[in-house]
Each structure stands twice: as C-alpha cells, then as structure tokens.
Design a protein around this ligand. Structure first.
Ligand code: IMP
Length: 225
C-alpha cells in the first residue's frame, strides 16, 4: 500500500515536473499566442465608465484606415503649401497624433484650447484661443477636431483664427454629427458622419474618462452603426 501510494505520487510528480513543460513545448509552435490572449482582447468590447456601459461603435482598424485616407487627401490638396495644423485640446490629441503620422509632407502642428469667459461684449461672454504661439498669417491652416457636434466650438475658433489672416482656413474632423450641426462652417474633411448619439473613446470623454481607448464606443443598446 505504502509503495503503491509512493509510486502514484512519483508518477504525478513526473508528469508535473517533466511532462507538462515538454508537452507545452511541443504544442507551442502550433498554438498561437493570440488564442491565449483572446479573452483579454474581448474585454475591449465593453467600456464601463461610472454608471454607463458603452459598446464598440467604430473599431480601431476602421479609424486608422479612415485617417490614412484623410491624410492622403490632405497631402494631395496641400502639395507644395506651407501647412499649419491646429489641434483642439483635449479631445483631438489622439486623432491629431495619428493623422500627423500618416501626413508625410512638411508641416507645423500646434495645440490650442478654446475658452469662454465673462467679459464686456454684447453677449456677456468673450471667447479666446489659448496656446496659439505660432504665426499663422499667410499660412495654410487646418483645424484638427475630434468631433463637430453643434459646431459652436468650431464657429468660435474659426472666427478667432480668421482675424490672424491665414492664407486659407479649413477643418478636418474625425467625427461629425450632421443632425446636431447648427454652424455655418461645415468641415471640409470628415472622417465619419455619425447619428446624433453620445460617443466616447479615442480622445473623446465621458466625465473626463474614457479618452485612452483605441476604439470609439457608444452607449450600450443604441444600435446606430
Ligand atoms: P460642439 O457642440 O460642436 O461645439 O462640440 C463641443 C465639444 O463637445 C466637442 O469638441 C467635444 O469635446 C464635445 N462633444 C460633442 N459631442 C460629443 C460626444 O458625443 N462625446 C464626447 N464629447 C462630445
């Protein structure tokens, strides 16, 4: 009895110490690492931010493909011109970075914020561009936005930048909500026209959270794509 138990222990031990590593080595080349990582990847499908659950709306591959085509259009349209990209913080930081990597002609890039404070004009508020330390007079300026929704932010920025007398002023936005748009300057370059629903991710936030994702998400249950 004692011997059998010992024998049994020894065979379990042998399997654990010698055979399992050998088996895993044998199968390693034919079991791709992806299968092991798949359950982790599936977590990307849902994004929980505070009380809200979001699901994937535009996948990272679609986003990157669209950015490549936007960059190609911009390169062709601005060939031989002196271009200054002005990206609007915070939302456009990721889009601007990826767009710049695909836009291979020489260009400048700067980041601004649009701010509105209590002042003395007729509406009681004054708008200003914070962070514009680049000379844009006589240059070809392209505003880079993550999303143009009502278009109010873009309208303000467009007016403020026009005062500096750029040679041309156009807008490239990754997302546009035509149903919500009330502005007069429709973006010339639009990645995706989307329904009037709240989206988050890839720079866009919900309560300042969710900017650090590669996909764009929408509220779970809102089937719009
Ligand atoms: P506007 O309505 O076009 O002026 O957009 C103002 C700002 O609201 C945008 O720059 C975004 O930062 C934010 N925004 C508009 N729509 C969304 C959305 O669906 N998700 C997250 N942020 C949004």
């Amino acid at each position: 009895m004692y011997r059998r138990e010992f024998g049994c222990f020894r065979s379990d031990f042998t399997i654990t110490i010698f055979l399992l590593p050998a088996i895993s080595l044998l199968f390693k080349p034919i079991i791709p690492l992806k299968i092991v990582l798949l359950p982790l990847k599936l977590d990307d499908k849902v994004l929980q931010i505070n009380d809200k659950t979001f699901e994937i709306f535009i996948r990272k591959e679609e986003i990157q493909a669209e950015i490549a085509s936007l960059a190609a259009r911009l390169e062709a349209d601005y060939a031989g011109k002196e271009v200054v990209f002005i990206a609007v913080l915070n939302g456009a930081f990721m889009f601007a970075a990826d767009l710049m990597k695909q836009f291979r002609s020489p260009c400048e890039i700067t980041f601004v914020k649009v701010s509105s404070y209590k002042g003395m004009n007729s509406s009681g508020r004054v708008d200003e561009v914070i962070g514009l330390n680049t000379e844009i007079k006589d240059k070809h300026v392209i505003i880079v936005e993550d999303i143009v929704d009502t278009g109010i932010t873009m309208e303000k920025l467009f007016t403020l930048l026009s005062v500096e007398k750029p040679a041309s002023l156009e807008i490239v936005t990754l997302l546009h909500k035509p149903e919500a748009f009330k502005g007069t300057h429709t973006p010339t370059y639009i990645g995706f026209s989307i329904p009037n629903k709240f989206v988050v991710g890839y720079g866009l936030d919900y309560d300042e959270l969710g900017r650090n994702t590669e996909h764009i998400y929408q509220l779970k249950g809102e089937t719009t794509h």
